[in-house]
Design a protein around this ligand. Sequence first.
Ligand SMILES: [Mn+2]
Length: 195
Amino acid sequence: MPNADCRLVTRALSGLPDECGDAGVIVDSGGQCFLALIDVLGHGPQAHEVALAAVEFLKQNSMMELTDLMSALHGRLKGTRGAVVTLGRFDRETGALGLVGVGNITARLFGGEAVRLLGRDGIVGYSMPTPRRLDLTMFPGDVLMLYSDGVREHFELFDRPGLLLGNAAAIAGEVLAHFGKGDDDASCLILRCTP
Ligand SMILES: [Mn+2]
């Protein structure tokens, strides 16, 4: 049965954690691992407040089907400045990975087949397309990488040889340290499928 090593790292543009509009959620409930990455429009304390509300809502509803959850989050964030969000769920028993994205969080899967996905255009809480779920399968050794637009979108692995050899915490930390742009909040969530 595949296992999961999952870690989130965020970095506020200002350096102050309570001014970060990027946030994430990892709810590991044994059989399944729910994950989410959120980039609230803008940055600073007000963006942070919206990010906290989104995190709280997603934690409380993490068992919902992903497209339903995205729609529910859209309702929850109405009236705020809105956010771009990617949601995922990994099933340890089958290796199945579901992903739903709205907006420009980048999702990349490294492994047997490299996949790069961007969410559908839109802003959760403001103008949302009908969310669609992408279903993939992860195998031991595969690495799923989610990151916000505070990270260079198109970095190449050969710029950082060995990046994928570390654990999830090391990979996420390196992505921010070496590919963070420095003009926005930045965040990276890694899910490593391990034997
Ligand atoms: Mn951003």
